[in-house]
Design a binder for this molecule. Structure first.
Ligand code: XUL
Ligand code: MN
Length: 343
């Protein structure tokens, strides 16, 4: 049994297209995904705004509300909650040069308006958390944007949302690159610095994705611990990543078991989840995976969290203290590796 409640996004079951090749698996209907999510052991669903309302930019306000209510009903029918809504600010022709940091004022305004619609969606589907992954806030050409102005525009964008709804909470999900080269919010430190400058800092926190931290050359467990220490870890996206290359979203623990252990340890030690937070996954099946087995990466990731919770329960804090007192960190490291190997 896990002490955590888990969430997953519908995009985590996908058709397998990558930058160099087309889809290799058929599309699975949303209702079927929900049924399987529940069966596998998830409690909540993460949404982009257009996961709730497809082609949201072409829909009227009443169409948006009607579709959102249907989705809420489907969640209720499956015994699932909504965790958050994240406006998808990276696919529109109006966000080619960024959203809040676009060089075009009209495009910046589009980003804000679309974010406010995402707040409405949160309310319709029953959550109070809005997510910002700043996919295109940064540069491909280093000289193309004024970062000083960009930072203030991102804060302004956050303030617009905070001002629009007095109880909505926002997380920033930092990522250093991809699709942008130089991101304006690459790490949790950047995210929380932005938070501190808003009109209501307690309502703006961060979400750590393991792969994003790894892409920044950082330890995901430390990124989590940093946000936890400041009371700012609003969510996590557990997954894994082999070094600093393209974003892989591999099954949790598949690449770096010790780092995965330390992520679970930090979450357990700091009572993550006690304020209603979910342990979210953001994992993608490999392109080679056949459709009959396209949920395995989710099952495996959940199993890995649970197995690592057992390892955390077995972690002997007295032994840890003895090694710390002797300043024998070689010994402590070997103790952890033997614990993980069951040796
Ligand atoms: C992209 C990523 C997104 C966010 C949600 O790398 O992780 O799926 O988690 O917008
Ligand atoms: Mn993510």
């Amino acid at each position: 049994m896990s002490k955590f409640r888990f969430s997953v996004g519908p995009w985590n079951i996908h058709e397998g297209a990558d930058v160099f090749g087309p889809a290799v698996r058929p599309t699975i209907a949303f209702a079927e995904k929900l049924a399987n999510f529940k069966k596998i052991g998830f409690d909540a669903v993460q949404f982009h705004d257009d996961d709730v309302v497809p082609e949201i930019d072409t829909k009227s306000a009443s169409e948006i509300t009607a579709t959102a209510r249907q989705v809420k009903q489907m969640l209720d029918d499956h015994g699932l909650k909504a965790e958050f809504v994240a406006p998808r600010l990276w696919e529109s022709p109006r966000t080619i040069d960024g959203a809040f940091t676009s060089n075009s004022e009209a495009e910046r305004e589009y980003a804000s308006e679309r974010s406010l619609r995402a707040v409405d969606l949160c309310r319709e589907i029953g959550c109070d958390l809005l997510g910002f992954w700043y996919a295109r806030e940064g540069t491909l050409c280093a000289e193309s944007k004024d970062m000083h102005a960009g930072v203030h525009r991102m804060i302004e964008g956050l303030n617009r949302v905070l001002d629009y709804d007095g109880t909505i909470r926002i997380f920033i999900e930092p990522k250093p690159n991809e699709p942008i080269d130089r991101s304006f919010a690459p790490t949790m430190g950047h995210a929380l610095a932005l938070s501190a400058e808003t009109i209501d800092p307690p309502r703006v926190g961060g979400l750590v994705e393991s792969a994003h931290a790894t892409l920044a050359g950082l330890d995901p467990a430390n990124e989590m611990a940093f946000a936890l220490a400041l009371g700012k870890l609003f969510g996590v996206h557990l997954n894994d990543q082999n070094g600093m290359k393209y974003d892989q979203d591999k099954a949790f623990g598949a690449e770096n078991l010790r780092q995965a252990f330390n992520q679970v340890r930090v979450l357990v030690e700091n009572d993550f989840g006690a304020r209603g937070e979910y342990v979210g996954l953001d994992v993608k099946a490999m392109r080679t995976q056949k459709v009959e087995l396209c949920y395995e990466h989710l099952k495996n990731s959940l199993q890995m969290v649970r197995l690592l919770e057992q390892k955390v329960a077995a972690f002997d804090y007295k032994i840890q203290r003895q090694f710390i007192e002797a300043r024998d960190y070689e010994g402590l490291e070997m103790y952890v590796m033997k614990l993980l190997l069951g040796a």
